[in-house]
Design a protein. Structure first.
Lengths: 326, 116
């Protein structure tokens, strides 16, 4: 695999996870668990401890893979070896003198501020809807600004504003849904292994909140994805007759795989969990375990989506002419 | 309200234009392959996408391979300007390289002629 594609995929995954954890804690975990009562606060503490580790690792990985992405890009631009462009200052020139570099500077600042804010919030017991707002805004900026590093920021003129806005929305929605699946699995695991009698209620509240977030995210992904596709693919010929279009179809196939699993969760498993609320016991635990497995399956689909997105980022759009003018 | 939202969603793709990953040469002055009677004082190249000045540039050489431009090109948005020395009648070749703002590279060349 092209090292640039591999590094992009790692960076996308780490960034998605950072945004997903922040959004999940802000909109799902805090409100979903505080509702059922203080009895479940040990679950929240365990969850916070686990996601904190993952958040820090993801932030570190995002910064390191971001640096690697920039260095590989510098080597690609001047067609020289990686170590040479780092040593001779070309990578630094990309960082300080290009729009891509400016975007990276802004995202690095977001990562540092986000890390500091999350650390401060941990000491005060996590996010409320209000106190989590700055962290959510920083996480949205951290993932949304990726739009300027790809084709989303390439369309000239006023229509370019529509394109880049759609791309920002696409990235933030992907962070909320795909990135939120990992903390969902962790939280459901914490709930299932707890000995609280109201664990089915808690799991139901969490899943309903996440499912609602997922519906908004899928809607935003569809609208923004359709808009992006109209810029980058154009027509049916662009979809079927170019490598970019075929990669996009693969991404759509994987995306609908995720949507199907999510639909099973919402239409089939959540109502059964609700019925288990009345009669807590092994059946409710089994439903929670099934939800965890399905979320893990969605994560597997999601990882494949991110690899395809990394490949799409280095492929010329289907709408680009394939002739060089000399 | 729902109708307005639905109409907005449907209209979004209609507002789209073509996206470019690479900056292609759209047109140049003197024009590609043209013959001009008066020696130009500069060459200007217009691209299909905004350029990164730090990694884009051009040079002009005469038939013997000697450079006849005045050095670094000035770049603003998608347009590159390159000053020229006093050109004698003859054929000149412009070699350009460009980095688009979304970090894709292109390069190319074209000729123009000064004189009858």
């Amino acid at each position: 695999m092209d090292p640039l594609i591999a590094v992009r995929a790692i960076h996308l995954a780490a960034t998605t996870l950072v945004a997903g954890i922040v959004f999940f804690e802000w909109l799902v975990a805090g409100p979903g668990l505080r509702g059922p009562g203080e009895l479940l606060s040990p679950i929240l503490l365990r969850f916070h401890a686990r996601t904190a580790r993952i958040l820090w690792i993801s932030l570190g990985l995002a910064v390191m893979s971001g640096a690697a992405w920039l260095s590989l890009l510098a080597a690609d631009i001047v067609d020289r070896p990686l170590l040479e462009v780092i040593a001779d200052g070309t990578a630094w020139k990309v960082f300080t003198q290009t729009r891509f570099g400016l975007d990276w500077q802004m995202r690095l600042l977001c990562a540092v501020l986000l890390g500091g804010y999350v650390q401060k919030s941990r000491r005060t017991g996590g996010f409320s809807l209000l106190s989590g707002l700055p962290a959510a805004a920083l996480a949205a900026a951290f993932i949304g600004a990726l739009a300027w590093a790809g084709h989303g920021g390439a369309t000239p003129g006023n229509t370019g504003i529509i394109h880049v806005s759609a791309d920002v929305l696409h990235l933030v929605a992907a962070g909320a849904w795909l990135g939120g699946l990992v903390p969902l699995v962790i939280l459901l695991g914490c709930v299932r292994r707890s000995d609280g009698e109201r664990r089915a209620t808690a799991a139901g509240a969490i899943c309903h909140r996440f499912s609602n977030l997922g519906i908004f995210s899928v809607g935003a992904l569809l609208v923004s994805g359709l808009t992006n596709a109209s810029f980058l693919v154009g027509d049916a010929q662009g979809l079927t007759g170019t490598s970019y279009g075929r990669l996009l179809m693969l991404k759509l196939f994987l995306f609908f795989g995720m949507v199907c699993v999510a639909a099973v969760n919402r239409q089939y498993l959540l109502p059964r969990l609700a019925s288990g609320v009345a009669a807590p016991g092994p059946d409710a635990d089994a439903q929670i375990a099934r939800l965890e497995r399905n979320a893990a399956l969605e994560i597997a689909f999601g990882i494949a989506v991110l690899v395809v997105v990394a490949m799409l980022g280095v492929a010329p759009p289907a709408t680009e002419p394939h002739v060089h003018i000399h | 309200m729902r109708n307005v939202i639905a109409a907005t969603i449907l209209a979004l793709p209609l507002a789209a234009g073509d996206a470019r990953a690479h900056a292609f040469l759209d047109h140049a002055e003197p024009r590609v392959g043209s013959t001009v009677q008066t020696a130009p004082r500069e060459v200007s190249l217009s691209f299909t996408q905004d350029l990164e000045p730090a990694f884009s540039g051009a040079e002009v050489r005469d038939a013997s391979g000697a450079r006849v431009d005045q050095g670094k090109a000035k770049i603003s948005g998608s347009v590159m300007h390159l000053g020229l020395k006093a050109l004698a009648p003859g054929t000149y070749k412009v070699n350009w390289h460009a980095l688009s703002v979304d970090t894709h590279t292109t390069e190319g060349s074209f000729s123009f002629r000064v004189g009858p």
